[in-house]
Ligand binder design. Structure first.
Ligand code: TRP
Length: 461
């Protein structure tokens, strides 16, 4: 029996896809890794990664989804063969891993929100040094927060994505953009702005850590929700009237804009307020959750009103991402094991939460979990290990196979018809040739080079 599939409305795909792309990756992780990798040169490599690798793979995933109208596993089976469906399986596993630690960090938005609400009403009290460590080290609290976040995600998926999320993101994404732009404008007058621009936009390749290239490619995958089939799944709901190339480019552009904006905001505060700078260099992980409240309450007009709102939005940005992750798992269980949507939602969310337990307790609560270290310096603990494993290995490997599949195995005609970039005389447009060139040669070679470089030992020192 053929299942009826939903189709996104006019701006539905772009909203859902940007909602998936924009998340903690932009607001929390990008500033954090950019800081770690000393700015400028890293930003440049990152920009190259999103254009040369991100954009074509985004197109490739969408076209696989829209062509087959299926989730990643049967999609690869239909267009390729049973063997190719392994790429879909890898994607589903990766989604599980990411969801497993993502809800832990997303849970922090809940506390930041309630904290800010308290400060807004009874005045800001600068948190004591080490307060954030105490917070992350509180195992029960971490378990509770990630549980709440997982339940909210599951409730939305339970009821179906379209009505809930398409409608919510329509209101929330513009507000998120609005607040971010407001904050950028506000920090422009702070004394640290010059240093921020210097830090972000002057490239000094001597400052670049050896793992930076891998990290920028990995992050390009992560922030654009690529390499595991999230965009295949969303692409399967995309209307045939939409342009794949244009939608993909817009998602990449908006996602990058938000990421750079988040850096400008956070780094300017760091460079402007000496006390913040000291606390950040010790622990950049709390940047979004520690540095930003400080700014709201000490530097920004209307900050005390904006602060709680901002963290609601961080929560929603994270939510529109966790939804896309869970949707991949659920649609997979539904299609593959013929589970009902409700049962699939419970199974998928519970499996992800089982991983969250380890991640939640690895931030100080259980020393053994906090010390686990496979990937070297700065990657201590289960949470960081899972993040590194998923974003720097599983997503790029998944992405590599997607490029090889679309570039080399998929019937050229199917690819070109789906992307539909024809001139009036029927010949392919320049943009199509550019896409083909990237997906066939540049993207796979770049990913392969990075993976080989790492296997040769750059990262395991
Ligand atoms: N892109 C999201 C972020 O930046 C995270 C995310 C959602 C994701 N869905 C994904 C990452 C699928 C990889 C794959 O926060």
């Amino acid at each position: 029996m053929k299942k009826k599939r939903g189709i996104f409305g006019r701006f539905g795909f772009i909203l859902a896809a940007t909602g998936s792309a924009i998340g903690l990756g932009n607001l929390w992780k990008f500033p954090y890794i950019t800081w770690h990798n000393n700015g400028g040169a890293f930003v440049l490599i990152y920009l190259a990664s999103v254009i040369v690798i991100g954009w074509p793979i985004m197109m490739a995933e969408i076209l696989i989804g829209r062509k087959t109208q299926k989730n990643p596993v049967p999609a690869f089976e239909e267009l390729g063969s049973k063997k190719w469906s392994a790429v879909g399986w890898l994607g589903v596993t990766t989604g599980l891993v990411i969801l497993g630690y993502y809800t832990v960090i997303a849970g922090w938005a809940i506390t930041s929100f309630t904290k800010c609400l308290g400060w807004s009403f009874s005045g800001y009290v600068k948190p004591a040094a080490g307060a954030f460590d105490n917070f992350t080290g509180n195992g029960l609290l971490q378990l509770f927060l990630s549980f709440i976040f997982s339940v909210i995600t599951a409730l939305i998926i339970w009821r179906g994505v379209k009505k809930g999320i398409e409608r919510t993101t329509k209101i929330l994404m513009p507000i998120l953009f609005g607040i971010l732009i407001y904050l950028v404008i506000m920090v422009l007058s702070l004394p640290g702005i010059d240093e921020t621009f210097k830090f972000l936009f002057t490239a000094n390749f001597a400052d670049l850590p050896s793992t930076a290239i891998l990290e920028s490619v990995g992050h390009a995958f992560f922030t654009l929700s690529l390499g595991m089939g999230a965009m295949i799944t969303y692409g399967s709901y995309m209307s045939r009237k939409e342009s794949i190339a244009r939608n993909a480019a817009l998602v990449v552009f908006l996602d990058t804009l938000i990421a750079i904006g988040a850096c400008i905001i956070m780094f300017t505060i760091i460079f402007s307020v000496p006390a913040v700078r000291e606390s950040v260099s010790a622990d950049p992980i709390g940047m979004l959750f520690v540095t930003l409240p400080n700014l709201f309450y000490t530097q920004i007009p209307f900050g005390s009103t904006l602060a709680p709102i901002f963290f609601i939005l961080v929560g929603f940005a994270a939510l529109s991402s966790t939804i896309s992750l869970l949707e991949v798992l659920v649609s997979f269980l539904v299609d593959k094991f013929k589970m009902g949507r409700h049962k699939a939602t419970v199974v998928a969310a519970a499996s992800a939460y089982a991983i969250s337990i380890f991640a939640a307790l690895s931030l100080g609560a259980i020393p053994f979990l906090s010390k686990l270290n496979i990937f070297g310096e700065g990657k201590d603990g289960v949470l960081s290990t899972l993040d590194h494993l998923a974003s720097n290995w599983m997503l790029p490997v998944g992405g590599l196979f997607i490029t090889i599949f679309v570039g080399w195995f998929l019937d050229k005609k199917i690819c070109q018809d789906e992307v539909n970039l024809y001139k009036t005389d029927g010949s392919p447009k320049l943009s199509y040739k550019f896409f083909r060139f990237l997906i066939k040669f540049i993207a796979p070679l770049a990913i392969l080079a990075v993976i080989i470089a790492v296997i040769l030992g750059q990262d395991f020192s």
